[in-house]
Write a protein that binds this ligand. Structure first.
Ligand code: CMC
Length: 421
């Protein structure tokens, strides 16, 4: 195979190196393109553009493969805890027993936020969307934890990581409690990270709380499945914001805003709203399938399709099975699960969806589990954000350590030519 790409332009030949990834994926290295030819590339939505070289997550969309640091997503989802997977993503290796104990204990040491955060939280109107509150509070944390992190100092970076993992879980629980009108509470450091999250979210002031293993194990699995997904919209946002030397917390806050949109993480909320709409409308899935295929109708089948997966989303397979298990363990009978399965069946045998390689994605069944756990629809994307946190941190750290230049795409200008006033 040729190891260079030749571009013929204006009678001149220009050569560009071919870059090969560890799983043999290929890219043309165009770093010298503009300098040598005066040309730029144009690729709206970056459908063909690699923005970085990364060691963190491998994704093969044609074959439905997703690996964190070389480990298959199914192996991790079935055998590891969210804290272990967070450690793997951020530090590169699965932790030993003592490593993970230390990591979790260090996070517990930071399980407190400044009391003034409560004042900020309380000042949001009732009914404010939890994602907007989460992005704002994450931004507000900067004021209480000032200074940018020196990524070359292992000690300072480690401290920032455990701080963020700890405080973000409190914000997640408090955003939920605000949404539900429940009093704000404090963490219990005698239990695991995910058990504490569950307790902080669901504990009622008028009831004793006891952890249910079915809830913590479902949360663990969902958080792991969302933990990283290479250069998606929010992760690219985190990297690009960080590349301007904005702080870690500020970069994560920007990532939360990017995740909120319904074409990205916000799809989990949109899926349940769509399924409820179909149910209210009498359950005629065929009618909604036709709308989804109608180019003149804005309706899309939410939870279907993916920029990278063109065969199946391995996370969706695991979540679909988990949805059956969790609902049965909790004794929940949710009619919208049947509507979802009916829609999936129809879509998988429909020419429009087959031709465009549209399959259920991670968001198609996740909301059904969140709902069964008692999490309100508007909180779904917040749960996704907590899961994605270690991925965002790992990607931000990698970008800084690789000393990537500031992210700054170019454009082709098609506006008015020079004119005088
Ligand atoms: N329903 C109906 N048609 C669709 C859908 C859908 N969900 N998704 C894509 N298409 C059609 C689209 O209209 C286009 O058709 P045509 O070629 O005739 O113009 C074709 O399929 C290709 O779609 P695209 O919009 O060019 O593909 P993309 O890679 O730019 O977008 C996507 C990917 C995920 C934004 C899109 O599939 C979508 O909007 N899906 C619904 C929202 C969703 O579930 N998002 C969650 C994604 S996974 C989790 C995450 O990223 O956070």
């Amino acid at each position: 195979m040729k190891d260079k790409i030749t571009l013929l332009y204006n009678g001149n030949e220009h050569e560009f190196p071919l870059i090969k990834g560890s799983e043999n994926e290929l890219a043309i290295d165009i770093k010298t393109l503009r300098q040598n030819t005066g040309l730029i590339t144009l690729d709206p939505g970056y459908k063909n553009t690699g923005s970085c070289i990364s060691d963190i997550t491998f994704l093969d969309g044609e074959n439905g493969v997703l690996r964190y640091r070389g480990y298959d997503i199914a192996d991790l989802a079935n055998n590891s805890s969210f804290i272990e997977v967070s450690y793997l993503l951020i530090f590169g290796e699965l932790p030993s027993k003592s490593d993970v104990e230390k990591f979790e204990n260090d996070i517990k040491e930071e399980l407190l936020v400044h009391e003034d955060i409560k004042t900020i939280l309380k000042s949001f109107p009732t009914g404010a969307h939890p994602m907007g509150i989460l992005a704002s509070l994450t931004s507000a944390l900067i004021s209480f934890n000032p200074g940018s992190v020196d990524v070359r100092s292992d000690e300072k970076m480690y401290h920032a990581i455990v701080q963020l993992m700890a405080k973000f879980s409190i914000l997640t629980a408090w955003v939920h409690r605000k949404h539900e009108g429940l009093p704000l509470n404090y963490p219990d450091i005698s239990i695991s990270y995910v058990e504490n999250l569950s307790k902080m979210m669901f504990m009622k002031p008028n009831k004793n709380y006891s952890n249910q293993s079915v809830i913590t194990s479902a949360l663990n699995k969902l958080l792991i499945l969302h933990a990283d997904h290479e250069q998606n919209c929010s992760t690219s946002t985190v990297r690009i914001v960080g590349s301007s030397e904005a702080s870690l917390f500020a970069s994560i806050s920007a990532g939360i805003s990017a995740l909120w949109g319904r074409l990205h993480g916000g799809a989990n909320q949109a899926v349940i709203e769509m399924l409820e709409l179909i149910k209210r409308d009498g359950g005629d899935t065929k009618k909604f399938m036709s709308k989804a295929k109608d180019k003149n109708h804005p309706f899309r089948l939410m939870g279907f399709g993916h920029r990278v997966y063109k065969n199946f989303d391995p996370r969706a397979k695991i979540i679909k099975q988990a949805a059956d298990e969790v609902l049965s363990d909790l004794g929940v009978n949710d009619p919208i699960l049947e509507i979802a399965k009916g829609l999936e069946k129809e879509a998988l045998s429909d020419k429009y969806f087959i031709e465009r390689k549209l399959y259920p994605n991670v968001d198609f069944y996740s909301g059904i589990i969140y709902r069964a756990l008692g999490i309100p629809t508007q909180m779904f994307t917040v749960m996704f954000a907590l899961g994605r946190l270690p991925g965002w941190i790992a990607q931000w750290k990698e970008m800084k350590l690789n000393q990537e230049p500031i992210g700054r795409p170019r454009q082709i200008y098609k506006g008015r030519k020079h004119r005088k006033i």
